[in-house]
Design a protein around this ligand. Structure first.
Ligand SMILES: C[S@@+](CC[C@H](N)C(=O)[O-])C[C@H]1O[C@@H](n2cnc3c(N)ncnc32)[C@H](O)[C@@H]1O
Length: 261
């Protein structure tokens, strides 16, 4: 395991997870392709990739049947490497959350919570033919009965009271949004770091191993490092692997600097 953890691995996650040791992972936290790219909207003045950008990526386009098949396949591999008391937390929107839930229910997982992320700065409905889409979801499923839940610790996010299942965060923008040399978002779907930190804190302890088979810009790695968890990242796009590695290395440098000062 030593050679594998706290690293990003480039390649197809189904293949890479198939080669990992079985039953060792405590949390699968991931933001897979949503199958939401159906044309995109070109908004030339948008620089951030944030509020007025519609995701339109090759890796995010499937037929319904292919998406269901892909979801089942990667969840099958994730299930084999998950510890008996492990959890899966999978992000989604109206485009894909149904397929994710069906795949996990089919595997006999226990549905713990459907967390709603309410966006404080959602993208407006450009066509004006729908309500503004202002939510995404995180489906939290447990493999067995003994899942971890740091119940008391979570109360700090609700003034000392039980934490509810609707959380507010803004879409990643401003200084948090990583930009490429052209000034545009370096990754089209970078998730808020605070959202991922809270999810990891909720269902793991220090030293546990978190895997993200669709690591993108490295948000799961960063959140894990901040909380002293081990992590494994996978992405099949070299540019994103480089980006995630850069974020990881910058975080390591910042931490060293803080220790030194
Ligand atoms: C929704 S994005 C993840 C974004 C990430 N949560 C972040 O904060 O940056 C999904 C990622 O999955 C990657 N991907 C798509 N298909 C894959 C596959 N079969 N194996 C590994 N990675 C894949 C894409 O390159 C993309 O970076």
């Amino acid at each position: 395991m030593k050679d594998i953890i706290n690293k990003n691995h480039e390649g197809d996650c189904i293949k890479i997870m198939g080669d990992l040791p079985k039953g060792k992972i405590h949390l699968v936290l991931t933001d897979p392709p949503y199958n939401a790219s159906n044309g995109g909207v070109n908004l030339p003045n948008n620089k951030t990739g944030g509020a007025y950008y519609k995701v339109n990526e090759k890796w995010d386009k499937f037929s319904y049947e292919d998406y269901m098949d892909f979801t089942k396949k990667w969840i099958d591999e994730a299930d084999k490497i998950l510890a008996p008391n492990g959890s899966m937390m999978i992000c989604g929107s109206l485009h894909n959350i149904g397929e994710v839930i069906i795949a996990l229910k089919d595997k006999g997982y226990k549905f713990i919570n459907l967390i709603t992320w309410r966006k404080t700065n959602p993208m407006p409905s450009i066509t004006k033919r729908t309500l503004t889409h202002s939510t995404e979801f995180i489906a939290w499923f447990a493999k067995g009965k003994g899942w971890k839940f740091n119940y008391n610790n979570m109360k700090k996010y609700n003034q000392g009271k039980q934490l509810r299942d609707v959380w507010e965060f803004s879409v990643c923008q401003g200084s948090e949004r990583i930009k490429g040399e052209n000034g545009r978002a370096a990754h089209p779907t970078q998730k808020p770091l605070e959202l991922f930190t809270r999810l990891i804190e909720m269902a793991t302890d220090e030293g546990d191993i978190v895997i993200d088979p669709f690591m993108g810009s490295g948000t799961t790695a960063l959140a894990s490092m901040q909380l002293n968890r081990n992590w494994i990242g996978i992405d099949n796009n070299k540019e994103y692997i480089d980006l995630a590695n850069k974020r990881v290395n910058n975080h390591k440098k910042d931490t060293k600097l803080k220790e030194y000062c």
